[in-house]
Unconditional design. Structure first.
Length: 165
């Protein structure tokens, strides 16, 4: 007995991956394509972005720094069609000796991810179809945090500040 062919889960959907030219973002885009989605890749490095787009057959690319609110707003305004899902893997953890950081550096380390997520959500309103999703990823970049180091970790929608004594 043969099993009937399974319909791709994302057929006819569009997935935007901000941070999609490498790592988890690119692998997510690859999986979305396998499941029938059109993908739009966003990244800072135009060369790496174009290589990823060619490999995956991306519908569109956009090269800019996602932490730039004006560039992010322009990107969403310029999207031609409604989208179904947005995944953000852009931005990384901030590391540094806590006592050696200025108040501005600490403020930036704590707020960068939260502000990026807020700006993506603000700009995605009205562009993501009902039933769509916004997924925000974060991590520690496979680094071990040492004593006296501040890192901002984001994952599963939870923000945490880690200071090891």
């Amino acid at each position: 007995m043969t099993t009937p062919a399974r319909k791709p889960e994302l057929l006819g959907q569009t997935v935007v991956v901000i941070g999609g030219s490498a790592g988890i973002g690119m692998e997510t885009a690859r999986r979305a394509r396998t499941e029938g989605a059109e993908v739009v890749l966003v990244g800072r490095d135009p060369g790496r972005l174009e290589r990823a787009a060619g490999e995956l057959g991306a519908q569109r690319t956009a090269a800019f720094d996602a932490t730039d609110p004006a560039a992010l707003a322009t990107f969403f305004q310029d999207l031609q069609a409604p989208i179904d899902h947005v995944m953000v893997t852009a931005g990384g953890p901030s590391y540094g000796p806590l006592l050696g950081m200025s108040a501005a550096e600490v403020r930036d380390a704590i707020s960068d991810h939260a502000v990026l997520e807020l700006e993506v959500a603000r700009n995605a309103v009205g562009r993501v179809r009902p039933g769509g999703s916004l997924v925000f990823m974060g991590g520690t970049g496979a680094r071990r945090v040492s004593r006296g180091v501040l890192t901002m970790e984001v994952g599963d929608g939870v923000h945490g500040l880690v200071i090891l004594k």
